[in-house]
Ligand binder design. Sequence first.
Ligand SMILES: Cc1ncc(COP(=O)(O)O)c(C=O)c1O
Length: 449
Amino acid sequence: MRELLSALEARLDSPTAKGLAQAVSRAIRDEVLAPGDQLPPIRRVAEELMVSPTTVSSAWQLLARSGAIRSDGRRGTTVAPDRLGGARYTTALRHQPGSRLDLSTGVPDPRLLPDLRLPPGQVGGEVAPSSYLDDPVLPELRDALRANWPCVVDDLLVVDGAMDALDLITRTLFRPGDRVLVENPGFPPLLDLLEDRGVDVSPVGVDDSGPVLDDVAAGLSRKPVAIVVQPRGQNPTGVSITPTRARRLASLLAPTSVLVIEDDSAGDIASSSDLSLGEWLPDRVLHIRSFSKSYGPDLRLAAVSGPASVLAPIRHARALGQGWTSRLLQRALVALLADPGSQAQVRHARGEYARRRALVADRLAEHGILVPGTDGLNIWVPVRDESAAVLRLASQGIAVAPGGPFVVDGAAGGPHIRVTTGLVADAQVDVADAIAEAAGASAWSAQHR
Ligand SMILES: Cc1ncc(COP(=O)(O)O)c(C=O)c1O
C-alpha cells in the first residue's frame, strides 16, 4: 500500500480531484496498478497525499465515470478489468468456411431487399451540400417516421444502425456498476457492450408472449436503471411481445424510474403488430427501429425516439464524434419509404420470411422439436449438445450459430443453436431434417460421423 501511494504521489501534478484521477490513470497505464487491484481507502489516500477526503472521493467518481475503476461493496474500489469486448459476438459469428448453406448469420436475404437503384431524382434531386450546422435529422425523414411510429415521438435521432444506437445508449446513459435487465437469451453484441461498460447484466427469461413478468419483478427488486427488450421477432427466439404482455410490463415498470430501451431490429419485416411501451410510459421509453433487415444492412440506418431530455446526452456525445448520419443515406430512405414499388418489395419480404420460418418450424415439429416464437429471421432450436449439433451440421455443409453467446447465464433452458430461417429457400426445406438429426447428436456421435 505504501509503495502504491508513493507511485501515485510521484505521478500527482496537482492536489486536485482531476490531478489525483490523472495520477491513478497514469499508474494504470504504467502497470503499477493492474485490473482487479484494490485502491487504498479514501481516508488513507487523503492522509498520505495531504488532500481532503472530498478531493479523493471526487477523484474516484471521475475515474468510475470513465470506467477506469469500479466500486464493488464487498471488495471496495478496484481497477476495472481490461476492455476486451466482442467476445460473444465473435463466437456467435465464428465463420465456418466452405458451408454450402450459411444459416449462422442472422442477416436478411439479399434477394428480398428492395432495389436500391432508385431514379437519381428520387434521392433528393439537386443535393445541396449540407453544412455542419444543418439539422442532423432530415426533416422529411423525421416526418415520414413520425407518421408511422408506435408511440408519440418527443424527439428523434437518426443513427448508423441499431448497433450504433445501442452503443451510444450504453456509453452515454449507463455507468459502470449500473444494473440493466436484459432478455435471456438475447443479442450477443448487446451483452458484449454492456459487459464492456462494466454494467451488471441481470437476465429476464422470454416466453411465447415476451419477457417473463416474474423475472422482471424479481429484477426490479435489485434496482436496475434500465431494461432492454426486443418488441418483435426477438433475436434469437423469434418471440414478439403481445399487446397484453406489453401492457402488463408497462404497469409493472410504472411505479419505478427504470428506462425502457426497445430494440426493434426486425422493423418492417416483422409480421407482428408494431408496439411500444411508450404508449404507457412516454417519458421513459427509447424506441429503436432498424432499417437493416427491411432495406439492407448497408444502408446503416436506424432511428431512435425518446424524450428530448433522455436523448440530449446522446446527441451531445454524437456531436463530439461523427456528428450526424449521412443525409444522402437519409434521403435514400425517404425515397424508399415513399416509393410504392419498394414498399411492395418490403411487404413481399415480410410474408416470405414468415413463410420460410413456418416451413422450417413445422417440419421440425414433425420431428418432435418445438421452437418458440413466430416472427423474425431466426429460430432457437433446443439441442442435446450444442457443439455436437454445430459440428454435425457443419459436416453436411450447413453453418448455424452456437447458442452459448446468446445466453446471459446458464439458465436459458439448456443448450441451443440459432438458425437463420430467413435464408432457407423452399427447395432447401430438408435442411430441417438435418437440424432435427443434429439436435439429437451427442459429442460422441458428432465425432464419429
Ligand atoms: C436484436 C438486434 N439488435 C440490433 C441489431 C443490429 O442492427 P443494425 O444492422 O441496425 O445495426 C441486430 C442485427 O441483427 C439485432 O438482431
